[in-house]
Design a protein around this ligand. Structure first.
Ligand code: IPE
Ligand code: IPE
Ligand code: MG
Length: 242
């Protein structure tokens, strides 16, 4: 149980890692690991919504994950498709809005089409925004935003002097999302892997030893409790905060 009900992170981002190792340790296929990982995702989405987290962003497929064997990539896309189909009703019933970040034009047409439907069907839901990072990479996002801004400068739509944090924010995939407050990575790896580099400039980082399929509500609650015990100074001194 979460002791402190206030000071809930407004935006939690999760690098869901460790499905492959979870499966390997049980003599199962990597795909079975991903399927089990989906169960964790379901539970974490529900618990976040219940705890009052307003924004949850899940790293589901990175720009680098295309380098995996084609068979694994295909199965991951199938799993995404099936999950969207089976969870649409649940998202609607729980007042959760689905959005995506990343270049989804590379996601198979049939999956992309259904994804758009789910985003559209849930767009007026306002309990929590669940964002799936799909074919997402921070460097790709930054390149894309620099190109768009450069184009606007070239066409005299904006002046160079207008380029500031807020303008860059408006050109990122995450333009509608607040900064990340708490970033969680499972599986014991301590790296960011090209996830939300700009947006997590001041995020609190929590690394869990649990492999993603083992990461359940109690682990999420530990991560939030850890977050609540941090002092976020944003460059100031401790004394200035009181
Ligand atoms: C995370 O688990 C899921 C995706 C990256 C899609 P992994 O598949 O990376 O699992 P490990 O890291 O090999 O254990
Ligand atoms: C990060 O996990 C991407 C997702 C969770 C979707 P990876 O397993 O791909 O990360 P690295 O490459 O090992 O850092
Ligand atoms: Mg991994």
């Amino acid at each position: 149980m979460l002791k402190e009900k206030t000071n809930i992170p407004n935006h939690i981002a999760i690098i869901m890692d460790g499905n492959g190792r979870w499966a390997k340790s049980r003599g199962l296929t990597r795909h079975q690991g991903h399927k089990e990982g989906k169960e964790s995702a379901k539970e974490i989405v529900k618990t976040c919504a219940k705890l009052g987290v307003k924004n949850l962003t899940l790293f589901a497929f990175s720009t680098e994950n295309w380098k995996r064997p084609k068979k694994e990539v295909d199965l991951l896309m199938d799993l995404l498709h099936n999950s969207l189909m089976s969870e649409l009703k649940e998202l609607k019933d729980n007042n959760i809005r689905l959005t995506t970040i990343g270049d989804i034009s590379k996601i198979p047409f049939i999956v992309r089409t259904f994804l758009k439907k789910v985003c559209d069907d849930t767009k007026n839901n306002n309990l929590m925004t669940l964002t799936l990072a799909l074919n997402y990479g921070s460097r790709d996002e930054i390149i894309n935003s620099v190109k768009n801004i450069a184009d606007k400068v070239k066409n005299n739509i904006i002046s160079v002097e207008k380029i500031d944090e807020s303008l860059i924010n408006q050109h990122l995939y995450t333009r509608k999302l607040p900064d990340v407050d708490l970033m969680i990575r499972t599986s014991g790896e301590k790296r960011i892997s090209n996830f939300l580099l700009w947006q997590s400039a001041y995020a609190e980082l929590h690394f869990s030893e649990e492999l993603w399929p083992d990461f359940k509500s109690e682990h999420l609650i530990s991560a939030i409790t850890d977050y609540q015990n941090r002092e976020r100074r944003f460059g100031k001194t401790s004394e200035q905060l009181t």
